[in-house]
Design a protein around this ligand. Sequence first.
Ligand code: SF4
Length: 418
Amino acid sequence: MSVAREEFASTAALRETMGAYYRALGDAAERKSAPVAWCTSVGPAELLRALGFAVHFPENHAAMLGAARTANRYLPVAHAQGYSQDICSYLTSDVGAYLAGETPLSAFGLRELPRADVLVFNTNQCRDVRDWFEWYGRQWNVPVVGVNSPRSVGDVTEAEVDDVTVQLEALVPVLEAVAGARLDAARLAAAIGAARDASSLWEQCLLTATQRPSPLTFFDGTIHMGPAVVLRGATEAARYYRTLLSELQARVAAKSAAVPGEALRLYWDGMPVWGRLRALSTTFAEFRTAVVASTYCNSWIFSTLDPADPLRSMARSSVELFIARSDGPKERYIERMVELYDVDGIVFHDCRTCPNNTNTRYGMPRRLSERLGIPTLMLDGDVNDLRCFSDEQARTNIEGFVEQIADARTATARAARA
Ligand code: SF4
């Protein structure tokens, strides 16, 4: 059964915003109009922008390879270099595509990946990002610098924030030398203010999904989060989210459902399966189930950024990040989301090559299910390696899960009538 869904009018503005970003990046790399820095998705992008760098985010590039379903062509190329099949398939598909001399950025006029003058990582999410950047650093003989963040953070301590602040401060002279410019305090405050504005608008967009019916799903969110990822610290991101928010608010007012006939609401934890976004979105919609919220899309809300306290507030955002936390704070966070979005169950994606953003392996689904009284589903898959994902298996599991929730509802209704 196919389900007719209304397209977002904002998608045109999204394409324009992302296209302008990629073209400016291409200009910087090919015409040397600005120095180029590579940055991990939750690395110190605001600092890089304040120093005048054009910023490339390899995770965004890898997600493009996944969404285009070309990643599996490139994985073996990196495996042949000694990079294991078990490590991050973002890393291996990106490195493989580089070695194959191909990039989806060619659609925006780039002849090749924008060559970095410096690569800046933050290990708050995983060690893989550092290994990834060091591969390119060796390839191009350019500096690789970054922040080695605390991981499995329980309650955030001032000592942990101090540690990251000191590391960010130490990056400044190194980056100034590459950029050939001094860090201007006003520009840094402006970049942090821009990131904060965009983050707040992105959060408001996501919060529209607390309404019934929800005007957007997790699958829509993974597409519309592009500017929050690649334009952090630039004013264009907030401009786009004003457009999207106004469309979402109009949809809420009109009770326009992202999933027609929305009957069930779910939460998604873990990475997207980029090559199967549309297929999964369609499958859930066929069962009149809206995946209304996710840890993934929420991870680009940085509420603690403060232009008046630039580096320390960046450090706090980095330490507080969901992926960097221990299971206690992660569970408390998901509990709050379950209540806020009023969901009937939680889907945990067991992402084969990303244990860092997979929360199925140390008993969390069972603990949350018992505590919250809602069922959880574990879906096997991967962020980019589609050999780890089966459409048939996923469909069978989703169908069984939806039936389980529906049966439980019927039983509760019967008990209430008895
Ligand atoms: S968090 Fe996971 S998907 Fe992202 S770079 Fe690290 S290992 Fe790869």
